[in-house]
Design a protein around this ligand. Structure first.
Ligand SMILES: Nc1ccn([C@@H]2O[C@H](COP(=O)(O)O)[C@@H](O)[C@H]2O)c(=O)n1
Length: 607
């Protein structure tokens, strides 16, 4: 735990369902290896995770079971510890490498920029030489320019104590937004490749382990892999580890094929156990189960939970390596001056924990205050649009630091503008991007398919942030056209079999998955999450309500990440702008700069 981290509050806990083969799973950590310094519930750091894993390894060695660690990518972008250094990631690779991870894969965030995928090539792959897997990912060798697999396509290994023979794969979903130094092969092609077809037919395999930056639910990619393995091996157990959608989730394909997704931002250490697997070695002390079984627990990443599940206490918990890593994180945070405050937030602003629009909504704050104040300088009537996915985390009342700017918006995309756009068209772009009004997403997609867009790297709903880290069934939908699955606000919190009756006192995740509603280790009081639009926008230097005084032409300013969609929408509205017709806005400043400048000017700290 970092010295400034708030101490966890004790809460009723569910027990770790230890088995024959046990897994700890991290995903979408996005640089939060220092833990959450404003939220006691998630305040343990990467050093604590190292200590925790060490205790569980000891337990496995003592009772003859096994423990494997998995990480499924998006380790970068989203926290000052990674983003504030120059070059980015200067400290994180050396911090991360001290955990003994058995299977590790790449996420999409490792690939948006060529320097971050080159970092995988130069740092993370060599640091995890025995465990990095890249089943459908190639990279241009930075020295020769030749395309090569980022890491081995699959691995075969045998567990230490039980002698369970495992074939493991490492996938990335069919991602298109990568820089041009990497190639992500669509999963439907990978599963047809000879190496994959041979691997799933290797004899004497007790378990297929599919790790990937791929959601476990509604996932064409994982369904394809499941079917491909089942076509070759009708009954060999399969375990999936997923990621990308930032949720806690558990999916049962069938009795012998199940998988976990373990949240985001170092909030969750996913635990999955299996029993009843073929084993070469005897000596298992844990009780035998009849047949194969899987169990799961989503551990809140704080010391109260970690002590409890490892049978330790404040005196016995930290290992030497764990302590050193926590110290290295502390040192890096100091070097980067991450606690330096630009100003102090007067209240909390929520990305998806308050309805949009509302006074507590981060997106309302962005469109009502930050964007108009930032872009009003030139006096030109403008509409400013950003995707809401450019915003990644909430703002808490109190000091808004260098770290906070990267938590809220870490990306390097700048702003661009199309000048002198007819107002009639420009004023409809936001509505189109939000799939509201008479023209729907399908119409735009049809145009894209006719080749009318130039690049088309992102899907329209990728413009919004990942859904809040809850099962879709618990998300409160504000746009009925979008997600028919969501519950309405009137419905009561999820309850069901397996919910323990202790009164929850800590707000947090109340996960409902294919195993039921008893997956969170901490019995939480339910938090409400709200759906958000794809994009928000501000009218600057004119009043959109004043119908008679509407400008004829305006500048359309937008976050560079949404450029394809903005130009496509304009074309759909009868106005043709090519990328070359647009220009850089705000001297290349990013959203990170915009927010830190605005906070410095408007949110003074009262001493
Ligand atoms: N330059 C960028 C890069 C990404 N985004 C947003 O992040 C989303 C992807 O994040 P995941 O954690 O879900 O992988 C992407 O869809 C964008 O919404 C961005 O705004 N700018």
């Amino acid at each position: 735990e970092q010295p400034s981290a708030p101490a966890p509050i004790s809460a009723p806990l569910r027990e770790l369902p230890w088995g024959q083969l046990n897994f700890l799973h991290t995903t979408d950590t996005h640089g939060w290896h220092g833990g959450h310094l404003q939220e006691p519930q998630y305040s343990a750091d990467w050093g604590d995770y190292i200590s925790f894993a060490k205790h569980l390894h000891k337990r496995a060695d003592e009772d003859g079971s096994d423990l494997l660690l998995i990480d499924t990518g998006d380790r970068v972008e989203g926290n000052g510890l990674y983003d504030a250094s120059n070059p980015k990631g200067k400290y994180t690779f050396d911090i991360f490498k001290h955990q003994n991870i058995d299977v590790i894969t790449s996420g999409n965030h490792e690939l948006y920029l060529s320097n971050s995928s080159n970092n995988e090539y130069y740092n993370t792959v060599p640091n995890f030489k025995q465990s990095y897997i890249a089943s459908n990912l190639d990279i241009q060798n930075p020295k020769t320019g030749e395309l090569e697999p980022l890491a081995p396509r699959y691995r075969k290994f045998t567990t230490k104590n039980q002698g369970i023979r495992i074939i493991s794969f490492g996938f990335l979903f069919n991602f298109h937004g990568n820089a041009n130094n990497t190639v992500v092969q669509p999963v439907q092609e990978t599963v047809k490749e000879q190496w994959f077809q041979d691997a799933i037919r290797i004899k004497d395999v007790d378990l297929f382990l599919v790790a990937g930056h791929v959601p476990v639910r509604n996932s064409e990619e994982y369904d394809l892999i499941y079917k491909a393995i089942r076509n070759a091996r009708w009954d060999t157990p399969i375990v999936f580890f997923g990621g990308h959608t930032h949720i806690r989730d558990y999916r049962k394909w069938e009795k012998a094929a199940q998988g976990i997704e373990s949240g985001r931002y170092m909030e969750t250490l996913g635990f999955l156990s299996m029993s009843g697997l073929n084993s070469e070695k005897k000596g298992l002390v844990v009780p035998e189960k009849s047949g194969l079984s899987y169990q799961r627990l989503y551990i809140d990443n704080n010391l109260h939970s970690l002590h409890h599940h490892s049978g330790t206490n404040a005196t016995t918990f930290s290992t030497d390596v764990g302590k050193n890593v926590s110290q290295a994180i502390y040192q890096a945070r100091n070097n980067l001056n991450l606690d330096h405050a630009f100003g102090c937030a007067p209240t909390d602003y929520w990305l998806s924990r308050a309805p949009y629009p509302s006074d507590q909504s981060l997106l309302s704050w962005l469109e009502k205050s930050v964007l108009p104040d930032t872009f009003s300088g030139g006096k030109t009537p403008s509409i400013v649009i950003t995707n809401t996915g450019a915003m990644r985390f909430d703002i808490f009342k109190g000091p808004f630091t260098i770290d906070s700017t990267f938590l809220v918006s870490p990306f390097t995309s700048g702003f661009r503008k199309a000048v002198n756009v007819p107002y009639k068209a420009a004023s409809q772009v936001l509505q189109l991007l939000n799939n509201e009004g008479p023209i729907l997403l399908e119409d735009l997609l049809a145009l894209k398919e006719q080749g009318l867009d130039t690049m088309g790297t992102h899907r329209l709903d990728d413009l919004a942030p990942p859904l809040p880290p809850v099962n879709l069934a618990t998300l409160i939908d504000q746009s009925p056209t979008k997600h028919a699955l969501f519950r309405s606000e009137q419905q009561s919190p999820i309850e069901g079999p397996g919910v323990v009756s202790d009164k929850p006192n800590i707000p947090g995740y109340t996960t409902v998955d294919d195993m039921g509603s008893d997956g969170d280790d901490t019995i939480h009081e339910r938090i409400k999450f709200y759906d958000v639009p794809n994009c928000v926008g501000a009218s600057v230097n004119f009043d959109p309500a004043d119908k008679t005084g509407a400008p004829e032409k305006i500048d359309l300013v937008y976050n560079e990440f949404v450029q394809d969609w903005v130009l496509l929408a304009l074309r759909f509205l009868g106005v043709k702008y090519e990328k070359e017709d647009t220009r850089s806005a705000l001297d290349g400043k990013t959203m990170t700069d915009v927010i830190s400048d605005w906070v410095g000017e408007h949110w003074k700290c009262e001493n």
